[in-house]
Write a protein of this length. Sequence first.
Length: 189
Amino acid sequence: MKGKAIIFSAPSGAGKTTIVHSLLDRFPNLRFSISATSRSKRPTEIHGRDYYFLSLDEFKSKKAAGELLEWEEVYADIFYGTLKSEIDRIWNDYNHVIFDVDVKGGIRLKELLGDQALSIFIKVKNEDVLRERLEMRQTEDQESIEKRVQKSAQEMKEEAHFDEVILNEHLDKAISEAENLVKNFINQS
């Protein structure tokens, strides 16, 4: 029997990664789906923990071989995707998989996995909040931050494609809402 899938999507800076990591600490049978990407590794990131960092050619090769469940070209020549082997690894160990993916990837995963998946969109009050959070990270230059904020305006319009929407205005409250949604979904037969 396959496990279930929990999909978290949001614009950059909305807090989805923080919420996902909190849920991983609270649910012993949840396992994180490590995405593949062709983007460069940030100094604090580790291959095989944060992402599977692939060259552009490696990513395209896996895509052509049908080894990706879904993939998106998020920015020019910057691809993100879900390796089929990653999902199989988690489900073969009788666990549920949790995804932290961009908005298009989240919509695509829900289409592919149907009722086996719960898709949750994390949103913030406005773009200014996203910009402030991205700047506080201190991981990107101003040009990159502006690209992400511009993209987020489009992504915020996609919340209707998700099963649930959580406003992340107060992190503790957002985590509590996410925990209740995940617990109820996992406990459904």
